[in-house]
Design a protein around this ligand. Sequence first.
Ligand code: SAH
Ligand code: SF4
Length: 395
Amino acid sequence: MVNLLQFDRAGLGDFCEQLGEKRFRATQLFRWIHQRGERDPKAMTDLAKSLRDKLATGAVVEALPVASEQTAADGTIKWLFDIGGGDAVETVFIPEPGRGTLCISSQAGCAVNCRFCATGHQGFSRNLTTAEIVAQLWHAEFELRRRLALAPGERAVTNVVMMGMGEPLQNYAALLPALRVMLDDHGYGLSRRRVTVSTSGVVPMIDRLREDCPVALAVSLHAPDDVLRNELVPLNRKYPIAELLASCRHYLERAPRDFVTLEYCMLDRVNDSPEQAKALLGLVRGDGSAASPGLSCKINLIPFNPFPESGLHRSPAARVSAFAAVLLDGGIVTTVRKTRGDDIAAACGQLAGEVQDRTRIGARTGRELPHRVEQRVAAPVSRRAGPAARERSVS
Ligand code: SAH
Ligand code: SF4
């Protein structure tokens, strides 16, 4: 059986051709799936009968099984999806007046292994498929439309951030068609500025994304110099800050916004001193020379969400304010991320709380699994889940 969630519209056209049908039928089919949330080909009444029959026997719209769902006091919803093989990923919906942001996972685990990230600490299990990435949006959109009884044409999810579990640019082949489904006017019709890819800095793939599908870009910087960033984000050893900022500048030539968002997780006495704020300011403002041209950016300071094995602590509010003040005084738009959904462990770095299969993951990563906060999810399939960030900035 072919899962129709794996295709962008061009891919669905190829599939229709393989079935001996006209390519243009794919647009109708795509609209049924992604605009109306229909799973049953028999209900797709304006499709040619021949196509409906072939779909009924050879294709499915296969959603992800929900292992658990939790709603926070502030309305944030977190779904844990069972992706088989003992893995699970999380998706978080953050409602706000006039918009709904969905934070989507791209991998089970992550290979980048950032020091402050619970997903990184758990190691890498596998890439999600395009269908698994799209299924997170499909489920959230149509489930919420039903619950909220939205009028036809009204959308529940207005923004997508690829800030769940995993490094999206290390799963580029699956990510790209998924982004196209999100942007397609016959699909979710999200504008490029409302879809954000967040990356720890996979430089060659930032360049690819620029060519293939330039959406809004967020870069997880976390340090103003290579020595510290090498420690916090090990990928920096491969793609140091100067190269990363150069690829951001290049990206901006085609980006839907004229700035890159730099994410900076505030770690007490590690990266949060006024001197480091000044160094960061120098980095992004540059000095006008070719060697240091700066970067058009907004900086988003994220309060660290601690977990015991990290050995790290959240910066006190006063240090965050002082850090922000240096940047603001230097003319850089700076926001402090508001934590959402923390009572259901849905904020940055909190999503890794639901680990049950310790033996298996311990064996796979070759290390003891961290001791986690109390189990909040009783579902037998829950295993691992992402860090992730599901908050938005407030000025
Ligand atoms: N891999 C991508 C996207 C997923 S992580 C990336 O690193 O950008 C999304 C965001 O959550 C990143 O900015 C990451 O730095 C942040 N994050 C991870 N663990 C965190 C924690 N414990 N506290 C606060 N933010 C965290
Ligand atoms: Fe991976 Fe992002 Fe976590 Fe780093 S912060 S380990 S890149 S998910």
